[in-house]
Design a protein around this ligand. Sequence first.
Ligand code: LUZ
Ligand code: MOS
Length: 753
Amino acid sequence: MKHQDALLHVRGRSLFVDDFKLPRNLLHAAVLVSPVSHGEIETLEAGEALSIPGVEAVITAEDIPGKNQIGSIIKDELLLAEKELLFIGQPVAVVLADTPENARAAVKAINMEITELPSVVDPREAFEKGMLIAPPRTFSMGNTSEAWDKCDCIVAGRADSGGQEHLYLETQGAFAIPMEDGCIRITSGTQGPTFVQRVAARVLNLPMNKIEVDVGRLGGAFGGKEDQATPWAVLSALGVQLTGKPVKLVLNRNEDMTWTGKRHPYSSDFKLGLANDGTMIAWEVTYYQNGGAVSDLSTVILERTLFHSTNAYFIPNVKATGISCRTNLPPNTAFRGFGAPQAMYVLESAIHSASHKLGVTPLEIQEKNLLKKDDIFPFGMPYEGNEIRRSWKKAHEIHQAGNVERRVRDFNSSNAMFKKGISFMPVCFGISFTHLSMNQANALVHVYTDGSIGISTGAVEMGQGVNTKMAQVAARTFGIDLFRIKVESTNTTRSANTSPTAASSAADMNGNAVRIACSNILKRLLIFAGKHLDAAPDSQIDLIHEKVMINGEKTHLEWNKLIGLAYLARVNLSSQAHYATPGLHFNKSSEKGRPFSYHVAGTAVTEITLDRLRGVFSVDAVQIVHDCGESINPLVDRGQIEGGLLQGIGWVTLEELKYHPETNALLSDSLATYKIPDMYSTPGEVDIEFLECHSENAGVYNSKAVGEPPFMYGIGTYFAILDAIRACDPEIPPVYCAPLTNEKILLLLQKKR
Ligand code: LUZ
Ligand code: MOS
């Protein structure tokens, strides 16, 4: 089963926000943003802007009829700045004009005078100055202060990881259209249609039922459109409300890169204590998260960091503290992994550091401490699976069967200018929104009289293939062919109060809602079929391959006929269903509970070759053993694993955000200066093995979430490079400061001892 959109995409027929034909009177919006990372507006006058031909309106904070507030968890984010400017790219005013060019020209003609104020962009400096987004939180287990005495080896250090630009193919955008009686219909490139609806209603001072949000598909999101699609959609709706005309607002690439938030950079202090045999005894870590200027999702992301501070390992004494620091950067936001990659990177750095001190390979420490079934996480939940050790064992077997260690040793001893390096990277990622109420979804299924079916859910198709999976779930539940099923756009009038498509859980939760809705209809159909065919009251009636079966015997009644007759007999052919993930609870005062319905685990083995003279490297091969449960669509899942891996490799080796040291302006603001993985950085070989697994708490039809976990396999590349550097010269001190760019590698190799 291919991705259902594949043909549309390759033919260029898929419709994204910027592709729709809109009415002639459409207005194009362009945004005036703060040019400074901290300051105050002294004067703001539309001035000449309004006299530019084609310009219809200039909108500022004063024109907002409702609340000028778009914050979700903490209400600290204005839609349009009032006085204080907090980051470069903060929206201040919107120009509406007949063309995007005229709108952008008019933005330049607005007269804004600013007093600049001192700004802070470093999270540790923000912490020193008491600039916090929320009070620090600590997860703990055992007693670390008593445990240090029992350790034979203690390493302490600092590990930093950089931000990451989402670089979705489709930039942020939306359009809005006036409907009858003050209602507005918004088409938005958002992961969270309900969130756009709620915030638009708040800003426009309308009830939610007057705002309809529709999402066809997104050209990628990766978390960047969980919260940060909202301002552009709401500004479009505001434009409609103030002018009565349709309004479209689409950011260009440069605007998108400079104005919107990214993955959170973290700076962390760690201390790891071990026994001589490599057993980890105590783990203390403090994460300084660079939150940016407003809270956005920072606190929840930090919470997920704390949940993953021990990744796939059992450590009996843990104290993990997270501090969300407020800085004058665009608000950092959700990005695939949602704080977990940052946590896992710090622990792998500590393990790497300890391996030096103990004179063993990281592998020996890693293997010794992998979680076993019923080991307790620091947040009180037992690890309920055994896939971590199984995936590790399998990866290790593949590794040994390939004689990799021997091959690498031979290669390294016979090559002076090139060295190979190896790493193992186990990943254990918790599935569920950590915010309990978000773990719900709904579906609406209609069977039409010709036997075709339309499904609506809260899931947003962003290229990840969730619609394909929804169609497969429906076909499987009914027992009919896939071609009959169409997955509709995600729309707030058909799916209300939805959670964003995020946390890797959209297929799990919406899939279960689809399954329930389809089986509601199927039950009615089978009761009707039994009566229609005069089946004995206790007979077993099923629908298999489009045919009604009585006690396992085929009848003449097939799907199309069944639906036609059921309609005439006035059987309800529609169903709405709701699914709430069972078994979740968490106590925020004790920081203990069962926040996840299950964990996804796997292991990646990475082999790289380093060019010692030039500091460049190639990823030769990555072997991944991954648990997808009983995969609904192995092709789609494989795509997620490959994509996640590559994006993770980009985060730790290539993608470097550079800011001007004085103005804090983003310098790496285009694809000429910000390097993401391309064909040449793709591993020579990516071998993915699905771990066979049956687990009680998995997602729909025992499948498992796949969106985020594979991202963290990319971290392995960082440590494979360090391994190759160690092979060049064991005296070179390792650095724990991602991304490990070619430039950094070269400087490291040249380091005089
Ligand atoms: N989004 C969110 C997420 O709002 N809550 C989460 O727990 C989460 N986890 C991963 C990715 N996005
Ligand atoms: Mo996300 S990082 O929007 O699952």
